[in-house]
Ligand binder design. Structure first.
Ligand SMILES: Cc1cc2nc3c(=O)[nH]c(=O)nc-3n(C[C@H](O)[C@H](O)[C@H](O)COP(=O)(O)O)c2cc1C
Length: 177
């Protein structure tokens, strides 16, 4: 694990937080990182719902089956995409752009002393609809994914998941499967 790439190894899914809220500066830095992501044809179709209010975090935790830890995190960001802005109005491009933005948030978090975890939303209709209702999200805006963020409750160990069998060097060989 090369030291220069430490910011990659330090991004781990964090699901337990110490309860301290994120500051305005945290959200600004994280959203700036998000909007630096690559985007097909530079369309930047993303829209971000910032959730900092503990009552709203609690409600989200109850609405999303995958989000109980939202109740104790320091804040959350829902990454949505605007179908009218996405390249070729394509849902696939929209989701790819939003995923890149979400990953940038998670990569930036450890540099601010924070940790976070991706919460899958799309393509689960019931999660999409729950968020649509809670945040009054219009039809052309697609909630792609969310992340909960905060100060990790435990120490995070950097790691790699390198797996040689996933590499196909020049050609798809049987051995590489
Ligand atoms: C599209 C996507 C959806 C995910 N959804 C969830 C989720 O709903 N809940 C959760 O705890 N983790 C979720 N994760 C995080 C993965 O479980 C996690 O990245 C994976 O186990 C690898 O661990 P690491 O992030 O610590 O490297 C999601 C990740 C991705 C990319």
């Amino acid at each position: 694990m090369k030291k220069e790439l430490d910011y990659i190894w330090r991004r781990r899914s964090v699901r337990a937080f110490d309860g301290q809220p994120l500051t305005e500066e945290h959200f600004c830095e994280l959203l700036e990182a998000a909007m630096a992501a690559p985007s097909a044809r530079h369309c930047d179709p993303w829209e971000f719902i910032v959730v900092r209010n503990s009552g709203q975090l609690q409600k989200m935790a109850e609405l999303l089956p995958n989000g109980p830890a939202l109740a104790s995190c320091g804040g959350a960001i829902i990454v949505c995409g605007d179908l009218n802005k996405a390249y070729m109005n394509s849902l696939s491009y929209l989701l790819q752009d939003c995923s890149a933005a979400l990953e940038n948030i998670l990569l930036a978090a450890p540099g601010l002393g924070l940790g976070g975890c991706w919460l899958g939303i799309h393509p689960r209709e019931e999660r999409i609809n729950a968020l649509r209702e809670m945040f009054s999200i219009p039809e052309h805006i697609i909630p792609a994914g969310a992340c909960m963020l905060g100060y990790p409750a435990t120490e995070i160990t950097p790691r790699t998941r390198f797996d040689k069998s996933s590499i196909h060097d020049g050609i798809w060989t049987k051995e590489s499967n």
